[in-house]
Design a protein around this ligand. Structure first.
Ligand code: 8OZ
Length: 366
């Protein structure tokens, strides 16, 4: 067993992890077009990566309304549960652990992706200056319809059902996607939430939806199988806030009240620079959290070893490196060379750029 802490086991809530290396949630747009169901290629893709201490799946919509891009998988239908069951069985057979990221995109959608061509929904009728992919090309995200207050319990219920479905599908737990400018983040931030009811205005009111989602998910599957992801200082999908430190400090206080399996932070700009705005402190937010901390964004091997060794974080999530290196943990442990990733095959398609990246062993044998 390695002396380096990154490669040692840890328990995140009820989930025992064989190392501290996490496969980050990665949108890959390869679900079956007819019913947003994962299938054989997903089984192979995820089980190839079962060396991770934990796999967090790609964001998976909790309802048809929660969908924002072509070919993203869902976790609301029986067919989707069946598809995911094959994935979790295969990952478990290879000694891995896997949680599903549960997702509602809010305003980051388009009528062509919604049932009956309806407008996407959001806390307020404010368009994001963003784009989504509708299956043929990139389209601007339109002005959403502001949710009526009596529609909110139904969406909270969709999160609860998605969490129940996740357990039926054999997942070790769920990660609530509260990052990157999607629905929960849209409620949190004062740039996208201009509501004048109990869900808008003060930080207490803007965190109400988050709190209700947490309550629903935790009461369904247990706090020790629930993790959450925030991106406090990211502007992904045109999101911003006048005081992110106060907002996310309070959000973390709420999370602390539940005793979750882990807190996952995107450090800096999602998939981009790790720079923070003035007055921002990841350390202060991590310190405020009483539990297992997961960090993500542009980590190298050296950064990951150091961050876990010093206790800045307990777990490090890798994204792009896990796309191109199914055996990432072995490569990190051996300090071996990495396969380069091909950005042109990140989103959409089939096995190419998905299940065909070779392991080190396969490269040596070839
Ligand atoms: C890349 C492309 C589409 C969606 C996120 C779920 O940023 C995503 C996403 C990433 O959280």
């Amino acid at each position: 067993m390695s002396e380096v802490k990154l490669f040692t086991p840890l328990k995140a809530g009820a989930i025992p992890l064989k190392n501290r290396i996490v496969m980050a949630p990665l949108t890959r747009n390869r679900a079956r077009a007819e019913d947003d169901t994962p299938y054989d290629i997903h089984v192979d893709y995820y089980s190839q990566r079962a060396g991770a201490g934990l796999i967090v799946t790609e964001g998976s919509q909790i309802s048809p309304q929660g969908k924002g891009y072509a070919w993203t998988p869902g976790i609301y239908s029986d067919a989707q549960v069946e598809g995911w069951k094959k994935v979790t069985d295969a990952v478990h057979a290879r000694g891995g652990r896997i949680v599903i990221q549960i997702w509602h995109v809010g305003r980051i959608s388009h009528p062509v992706l919604q049932q009956n061509g309806e407008a996407p929904v959001a806390p307020s009728a404010i368009a994001a200056n963003s784009r989504t992919f509708d299956g043929t090309g990139f389209v601007e995200t339109p002005t959403p319809r502001a949710l009526e207050i009596d529609e909110i319990p139904g969406i909270v219920e969709d999160y609860r059902k998605a969490a129940a479905n996740a357990i039926r599908a054999g997942f070790d737990g769920v990660e609530i996607h509260a990052a990157n400018g999607y629905l929960i983040d849209q409620f949190l931030r004062d740039s996208s939430n201009r509501r004048t009811d109990a869900y808008g205005g003060s930080i207490k009111n803007r965190t109400r939806f988050l709190n209700e989602v947490l309550e629903a998910v935790v009461s369904e599957i247990g706090a020790d199988r629930t993790g959450i992801r925030f991106s406090p200082f990211s502007s992904a999908n045109d999101i911003s806030d006048s005081d992110p430190m106060a907002l996310f400090g309070h959000a973390i206080d709420i999370v602390n009240g539940y005793g979750l399996a882990y807190l996952h932070l995107v450090e800096g700009q999602t998939g981009g620079p790790r720079d923070l705005p003035e007055g921002a402190s990841l350390e202060a937010l991590y310190d405020r959290f009483n539990g297992v901390r997961m960090g993500n964004n542009g980590y190298t091997r050296e950064m990951a070893i150091e961050a876990v060794e010093t206790g800045k974080v307990d777990l490090v999530a890798f994204g792009k490196l896990f796309i191109s290196n199914p055996d990432l943990v072995e490569r990190l442990e051996a300090d071996a060379p990495m396969n380069e990733w091909d950005q042109s095959t990140f989103y959409g398609g089939g096995r190419e750029g998905y299940t065909d990246y070779p392991t080190l062993e396969e490269t040596k044998a070839a």
